[in-house]
Write a protein that binds this ligand. Structure first.
Ligand SMILES: C[S@@+](CC[C@H](N)C(=O)[O-])C[C@H]1O[C@@H](n2cnc3c(N)ncnc32)[C@H](O)[C@@H]1O
Length: 295
């Protein structure tokens, strides 16, 4: 593996979750964790969620969020197990559990442990599951890639990916359009992993990875964009709606994701108020992505 990991990380594990409870617990973990991985427990057919975070950070936020997830899902609170990342081999298991995936008609996500067969007519992204979110398995990432595939013929020139995670969306756009992409994240190691992944995919000169919180960075705020990806959560998306609309070029496109069921209406309303119109909604499992356009 080509990652350099800080050793102040720990895994949090929730075991034995019924499928219907997975989205609520995933969302709770996402309040403080860097990434969440899923494993189906055979033969019980329940799910195990494993998340990684900085050791001890955010219990005061996490524990009530987990309690709420249990109450919302109508299940007894599962035990939360903690272990240092290095000791329990989380990364190695996550990488091994990660197969090659095809997304939409164009994209292939190929982990480095898979041999390189010739893949004609497809855009191959080399990517290992790791600490940064965005291995292609999650419905929100898939929705964004499918939404992008449907609009890429417009050949957007100035592209921004807010909350880039592993850099997966930025790399897809850079490879398909042969354009530069500004990729940002609030997590320093997402920025580092995106730079590593861009280099591994021959995109070092096309992807600029920057540490930035939403629109609050001069490099982000100072630009105008034909395409903006933002696969983050519903609440931050709503609070960024005006900035997004202000920074999209006329007829520019935004692909927003990270939305569960009822949140779609809330995010849509915030963006309609800001002057964007809905072009397409893509549902992947419980997760929705929205393709919006500036009038
Ligand atoms: C759900 S992941 C999406 C990763 C990748 N873009 C994908 O589609 O798979 C969300 C990412 O957004 C980052 N993030 C959350 N809030 C952010 C913000 N306000 N500004 C920038 N990045 C943010 C998180 O650190 C995380 O890496």
């Amino acid at each position: 593996m080509n990652r350099r990991h800080p050793h102040i990380l720990e895994t949090l594990t929730l075991d034995g979750l019924p499928e219907h409870a997975v989205p609520a617990f995933e969302q709770a973990l996402q309040t403080v964790c860097l990434t969440v991985a899923y494993f189906k427990d055979d033969p019980t057919d329940t799910w195990r969620l494993e998340a990684v975070r900085e050791t001890g950070v955010g219990d005061e936020e996490l524990l009530p969020a987990l309690f709420l997830a249990g109450a919302m899902s109508g299940i007894e609170q599962p035990e939360l197990l903690r272990a240092p990342v290095e000791a329990d081999g989380w990364l190695a298991r996550t990488v091994e559990a990660f197969p090659e995936q095809e997304i939409g008609g164009r994209f292939v996500i190929r982990p480095t442990h898979v041999e390189n067969p010739v893949t004609r007519g497809k855009i191959v992204l080399k990517l290992d599951a790791g600490l940064a979110f965005g291995s292609g398995e999650h419905g929100s990432t898939r929705g964004c890639l499918i939404g992008f595939e449907g609009m890429a013929h417009r050949r957007p020139r100035r592209i921004l990916d807010i909350g880039t995670g592993s850099g997966i969306l930025a790399m897809a756009a850079a490879k398909q359009l042969k354009r530069r992409v500004l990729a940002t994240d609030i997590e320093p190691w997402s920025v580092r992993i995106t730079a590593d992944n861009a280099a591994m995919n021959g995109l070092r000169n096309q992807i600029r990875a920057k540490l930035a919180d939403g629109w609050r960075h001069p490099a982000v705020h100072g630009g105008r964009y034909d395409l903006v990806f933002a696969n983050i959560l519903a609440r931050p998306l709503c609070s960024m709606a005006k900035d997004l609309a202000d920074h999209l070029a006329p007829r520019g496109t935004a692909i927003l994701a990270g939305l569960l069921g009822r949140q779609v209406r809330m995010v849509l309303a915030a963006h309609r108020r800001a002057g964007l119109v809905l072009e397409r909604r893509i549902d992947q499992g419980d997760w929705s992505a929205l393709v919006l356009r500036k009038r």
